[in-house]
Ligand binder design. Structure first.
Ligand SMILES: [Zn+2]
Length: 421
């Protein structure tokens, strides 16, 4: 909530690193972000706004233990309580992510257990540091917790695979505080088709089948409970079916704009308009590869890493855990050497979504600790930079507050209202 010396140094470091690694046209102009008056205004706007991030991963079930402590300024984490405070971030949806595996009884059981372990870890954070954060299950609770100076911790499940085939499981997760479910991840599942079919899991490449009959029941049950439906990772057919069927607005918790970067994970202009017409929100993702195409050097390095680890794009979900983990670990160093994108790219995607969908339908979902992190917005400690850049582009304080959290809360309230009706 305040501008620390540390964040100042971060801004400077960002400028230096940005000017070394990125062609100038790709980065926020240092002269502009170092402007004193702009910085002072940004601090005020940022402090007044309720700032929420709709998608942050946790590293695993050891999260919120002495082995992986989010109470410290942890070099292994882009989101921890210290960085949230120094960057003025009021609340975060943590994702209990489970990778897609076979859709059979054994697979569902293991996925449910994995999700439960991560949900326990997220909840454990709030009991480890009750004076610094608290679990929020409603928009009112988010506002109350933030007003009291604590961080609001919210829970989502990334991949409805974890729910299995019993509708009653959705209620079980809801009772544990889960407030959105990303219907699928990489690979089709029992609910719907993914935008990234997994050849390793035998997917046929179709992206048009959309929701399964079971998936249609899931949508109705989530509407009934007041659980937000997250369409990031969903195939075009799944997106079409869900927005047609859902009685409540939907979210894309961490996606970009396909018009600026053609990528299966991004939403087309048509989808942006449909999402807005439905009253929903796209939460802009800060994964470099979704914001702009990789440079030839970066692409070569990624291809070499993937080959050496034995992972390819089509079978990533099916790769063994040690392979996936090694790939993810080595990507951290690769990102440092060949930066994926800059703050300007991120803001360009926000601009585009605002132009297409309107300022009431755009938010922020960094995907930190799950692949997110770009120059200028590399961790929650650098969140003020986003506000600086939006001010610089002419956004009003009201518009910035909507983007930083107001829109997400509005959608959440509407989802609750639909359930109450
Ligand atoms: Zn994701």
């Amino acid at each position: 909530m305040y501008w620390t010396r540390r964040a100042w140094l971060g801004l400077f470091a960002c400028w230096v690193i940005g000017s070394v690694y990125c062609p100038p046209v790709l980065c926020a102009e240092p002269a502009a972000i170092a402007d004193e008056a702009l910085l002072a205004e940004a601090r005020q706007v940022h402090e007044r706004a309720l700032t929420l991030d709709s998608h942050v991963d946790i590293a695993g079930p050891q999260y919120a233990t002495p082995q992986l402590d989010p109470g410290a300024d942890n070099p292994l984490l882009k989101c921890d309580l210290v960085k949230m405070v120094s960057g003025g971030v009021d609340g975060v949806f943590f994702a209990a992510y489970v990778p897609q595996q076979a859709c059979d009884a054994d697979g569902y059981r293991r996925a449910s257990e994995a999700a439960m372990a991560k949900i326990s870890a997220i909840r454990r954070l709030t009991t480890m540091y009750p004076n610094r954060c608290a679990l929020a299950a409603t928009p009112d609770e988010v506002e109350r917790i933030a007003a009291g100076g604590r961080r609001a911790i919210m829970i989502g499940i990334e991949n409805g695979y974890a729910v299995g085939t019993e509708l009653s499981s959705i209620q079980r997760f809801f009772d544990l505080g889960v407030r959105y479910i990303t219907l699928c991840h990489n690979g089709h599942n029992q609910i719907c088709d993914s935008c990234n079919p997994s050849s390793g899991l035998g997917d046929d490449g179709s992206k048009d089948r959309g929701l399964s009959p079971l998936g249609r029941q899931f949508v109705a049950e989530m509407n009934r409970l007041g659980m937000m439906i997250d369409l990031s990772h969903a195939a075009a057919g799944s997106f079409r079916d869900v927005v047609g069927l859902s009685r409540a607005p939907v979210i894309a918790s961490h996606s970009g704009c396909a018009a600026l970067r053609e990528h299966p994970r991004n939403l087309t202009d048509e989808q942006l308009k449909t999402l807005a017409a439905k009253g929903g929100v796209i939460q802009m993702v800060a994964v470099g590869g979704f914001l702009m195409p990789p440079s030839p050097e970066r692409k070569k390095a990624i291809d070499e890493l993937a080959a050496s680890v034995g992972v390819t794009e089509g079978n990533f979900a099916a790769a063994a855990k040690p392979q996936r983990e090694r790939f993810e670990q080595e990507m951290v160093e690769l990102d440092r050497r060949y930066p994926p994108a800059c703050l300007k790219d991120f803001a360009d995607h926000i601009d585009h979504a605002v132009q297409l969908a309107g300022v009431d339908h755009v938010g922020i979902g960094s995907d930190f600790d799950g692949g997110g992190g770009i120059h200028g917005f590399g961790s929650h400690a650098e969140s003020l930079h986003v506000t600086v850049e939006l001010l610089r582009r002419g956004y009003s304080a009201d518009a910035i507050a909507k983007i930083w959290g107001g829109n997400l809360l509005r959608v959440w309230r509407e989802v609750q209202a639909v359930a109450a009706r």
